[in-house]
Design a protein around this ligand. Structure first.
Ligand code: GLC
Ligand code: GLC
Length: 825
């Protein structure tokens, strides 16, 4: 049999994925930056940088869906005699003697070799710095002296990534730069309302430069053969309008065996209004000089890199498992947690599928993402919760998205997604359980960011629950609004106009009977959490200054609402073998055996089994079995079955997709973990594991090399389902709720280490083949080493000892310090 082509492999020791062939089936990217300055970088150095907000503060330009794909990035051209090449192969595509790209934790190292010269570039954003470092090391591995001509290249974006792509009548006249020594400054619009500029610097004297794109590239040339580079002659161009770029030209002589480092720095600076200029029209460069001075030698850069690595060591030391199964360990210990941090930073804004102009931070998305990173950076999770809650309306509804730069609700999309409020409880409870910090409930949080409207965060949770209760339909199930989690099930949209957005259009909602079983399940799950929280508060866990709430009464009130919801689901939400998905505008069933297509949907199976609704009547087991029977396929569980083969006016976007893609029966990885958790709660460890392994990147790494196409080290949002033309193709990698849900599932429900108010609950659910494993878990001020002996059991903890002493129950009571825990199942 022919050996399957491979493009790379994992290097667990260095926490890297090593790409050995530049021609991956799709650009395989990585993210740089952890706080304010961010970059996307592909395995051939394509991509771009921005400050905080990929739409409003784009620093370098990128062209999505380009031909060829992934053109534009930070490029180094090396001219060695007549040969011009790039360390990352692109854009010249000169065949290399060696190529390697190592994507690590917030850094990427790309190495190329050609004709006896090695060029290795380390890309990273130092902690707390507004800059991308590109440390280029050139080494002469030949026996002769090398005289190289080195050109760097970055293309500036005119800040607003959206207008940059469309408003050319203006854009082609606004571009402005300054050149000072080895630094090229980009200051478009600085003369008027911007108080920020960017720069591209190198820590060596330059022998020339270019800042005007057409002069450098040549109007009829491409990135692959820029005229200045091909002729080995920079033009020293000074851009006025058109498309400003930054390119340094350096002549490098290397003796045999000699190597030289060059530190390139792409930086971003903000100045105070009255300190913008040092002379008329001349930008104040003090801060740029200071930033450059911090990173202008190999030693300084190496130190900044070491700090970044230590930062990641610390983050990844909080939860570590040793199962002896490399494929599981590397996802749990490295890549799944890393992907969660990336979704924390980017929500759904900037990837190679999300252009960074369309979406800010989602209300539901960000709350879900929180369970993926709350253990690593609790203070930032706390801030995130408050930012999110601040975009809520007084009636409990909320903006669906907000812009990270302004933290304001996004008017373009508005609100009306009736699942949104519940997610605030989901996120907040996860935060308190991790940290024990009940004081967050005391925070005064405004509505719609309006000063003076502040109430406590607890009050926000309360009105979130009430929003569901106040919006029930004829079956006493939650009204769906514009949509629930499935943004494409648009039951009040009714659109025949292709120019209308399915998400923002509600052509009719008056008199709607459209109800959601997904929200029903979500309400029960988060409602139980809310009740438990109120009971905790009633027991005096919280010395609340601002609130005057009778928490016992509140717990009772909400318990009654939860019970009523459970009844409604049992009565009106059960189809015989599975839970219904919804009722449409007219009150007709969706996701029923009576339907012609779309007979069963995954979301309500996931949420109603997580809520354990009707478990005692066998509903949960039947629902889970139906998922296996109708939704499962080789690559995971599809969203609905059978797929819709025609557009259904009453359903909206879901039926707009061809069969097997996206919300129309794609494997929407995000929701698979819901069913897996349902399986875990039901104690069906073998089934939980088999569903989990199907969408675990390391388990299907082989498939990624050809069929899946996207990065084999992270989950993608969607894999084409069994009804698709090409089942198994992956799309929308990186920014997906799948990351957090996979993490939540494996860390808390499969491996069974679950933070709780008073300690850590131990409740694994494993395949019967599981062997002993150990989890190292830092929790608040404690450090637990927990060893589980499954003994062939799928579920059920028999005994626990804490530091040698048996404890009763399954919660290890929290106390600071180091502890050894032994668990027998
Ligand atoms: C996308 C959205 C998410 C939505 C999901 C299902 O992933 O980011 O908010 O729930 O699609 O439509
Ligand atoms: C839809 C996508 C869905 C996404 C929604 C909102 O086109 O299919 O996944 O959540 O748009 O952007």
């Amino acid at each position: 049999m022919e050996q399957q082509k491979r493009y790379g492999h994992f290097d667990d020791q260095h926490r890297e994925y090593v790409i050995t062939d530049p021609q991956t089936p799709w650009p395989w990217i990585n993210y740089l930056g952890n706080e304010d300055f961010f970059s996307l970088i592909s395995n051939t150095a394509g991509g771009y940088s921005f400050y905080k907000d990929a739409k409003f503060r784009r620093i370098t330009r990128y062209r999505y869906n380009n031909v060829p794909m992934d053109n534009g990035g930070r490029y180094f051209y090396i001219k060695d005699g007549d040969t011009v090449w790039n360390p990352g192969w692109k854009p010249c595509k000169t065949p290399l003697d060696f190529y390697e790209c190592r994507h690590g934790m917030s850094y990427t190292r790309i190495t190329g070799k050609k004709n006896g010269v090695e060029a290795s570039v380390l890309f990273f954003v130092p902690l707390k710095k507004w800059a991308e470092v590109q440390k280029l090391t050139l080494k002469n591995e030949s026996n002769e002296v090398k005289n190289l001509k080195l050109f760097s290249f970055e293309e500036w974006c005119l800040w607003n990534a959206a207008t940059d792509m469309e408003n050319f009548q203006r854009n082609f006249s606004t571009g402005e730069v300054e050149i000072e020594g080895s630094t090229i400054y980009h200051k478009t619009e600085y003369r008027e309302r911007r108080n920020h500029y960017a720069f591209y610097h190198v820590n060596a004297p330059i022998q020339g430069f270019d800042t005007d794109r057409e002069t450098f590239v040549g109007l009829y040339n491409e990135f692959a053969d820029p005229q200045a580079v091909m002729e080995g002659k920079p033009r020293n161009s000074h851009a006025h309008g058109w498309s400003p770029i930054a390119s340094h030209y350096i002549e490098v002589t290397l003796q045999p065996g000699e190597s030289k480092d060059f530190v390139f720095l792409l930086g971003y600076i903000e100045n105070e209004q009255d300190e913008k200029f040092e002379a008329p029209q001349v930008i104040n460069k003090d801060k740029a000089h200071a930033l450059i001075a911090e990173l202008d030698t190999t030693e300084k850069v190496d130190k900044a890199f070491a700090e970044l690595c230590e930062y990641w060591d610390a983050l990844l030391n909080i939860y570590k498992v040793r199962t002896g199964n490399d494929k599981l360990d590397r996802m749990v210990n490295i890549w799944n947690q890393y992907q969660c941090m990336v979704t924390f930073n980017f929500s759904r804004s900037a990837s190679f599928f999300e252009s960074g102009v369309g979406r800010g931070m989602g209300f539901r998305d960000s709350n879900q993402d929180l369970v993926g990173f709350v253990h690593q950076i609790p203070p930032r999770a706390r801030q995130r919760i408050i930012d999110i809650a601040s975009t809520q309306f007084p009636d409990g509804g909320c903006y669906h998205q907000y812009q990270p730069l302004t933290k304001r609700g996004n008017n373009d999309i508005g609100g009306g997604f009736n699942d949104d409020p519940c997610w605030l409880i989901f996120g907040t409870v996860a935060y308190i359980k991790e940290t024990g910090d009940f004081s967050i409930l005391d925070e005064m949080v405004p509505f719609d960011n309006q000063p003076g409207s502040e109430v406590t965060l607890f009050e926000h949770l309360k009105i979130s629950m009430d929003h569901v209760i106040k919006n029930l339909g004829p079956h006493m199930l939650p009204l769906i609004g514009r949509a629930d989690w499935n943004d494409c099930l648009n039951l009040n949209c009714f659109s025949w106009d292709p120019n209308e957005s399915f998400q923002t259009t509600e052509n009719v909602s008056e008199g709607t009977k459209a109800e959601s079983l997904m929200i029903a399940g979500l309400f029960v799950v988060t409602g139980k959490d809310y009740v438990a929280l109120c009971k905790k508060l009633a027991n005096g866990q919280w010395s609340m200054v601002n609130g005057q709430c009778d928490f016992s009464a509140e717990a009772e009130r909400m318990q009654a609402a939860v019970d009523a919801m459970i009844d409604a689901v049992k009565k009106h939400g059960w189809d015989g073998e599975w839970y219904l998905r919804a009722y449409d505008f007219y009150g007709r069933k969706i996701g029923s055996n009576e339907c012609e297509e779309g007979k069963i949907f995954i979301e309500s199976q996931g949420w109603c089994t997580m809520a354990e609704i009707g478990a005692e009547d066998g509903m949960v087991a039947k629902s889970l079995d139906s998922c296996k029977k109708y939704l499962e396929c080789e690559h995971g569980m599809v969203l609905n079955n059978p797929a819709f083969t025609k557009y259904i006016y009453e359903y909206g976007e879901i039926s707009s997709y061809p069969e097997g893609y996206k919300e129309n029966a794609g494997i929407f990885c995000h929701n698979n973990p819901w069913v897996i958790i349902g399986e875990c709660l039901a104690g069906r460890g073998n089934d939980a594991w088999s569903h989990y392994a199907k969408i675990l990147p390391s388990y299907v790494e082989e498939k990624y090399q050809t069929l899946h196409k996207v990065e084999p080290y992270v989950n993608c949002q969607m894999v084409a389902g069994k009804d698709a033309f090409k089942p198994g193709e992956g799309k929308n990698s990186w920014l997906t709720g799948t990351a957090a849900w996979m993490w939540y599932t494996v860390s808390e429900f499969i491996l069974g280490i679950k933070p709780d108010y008073d300690g850590i609950r131990i409740d694994p659910c494993l395949p019967e083949t599981a062997t002993d494993y150990t989890v190292q878990r830092k929790f608040r001020e404690a450090d637990y080493e927990i060893t589980i002996h499954p003994n062939g059991q799928q579920k059920g903890v028999k005994t626990i000892t804490l530091d040698g002493q048996p404890i009763s129950g399954t919660v290890i009571p929290y106390s600071p310090g180091k502890h050894i825990v032994e668990v027998t199942m």
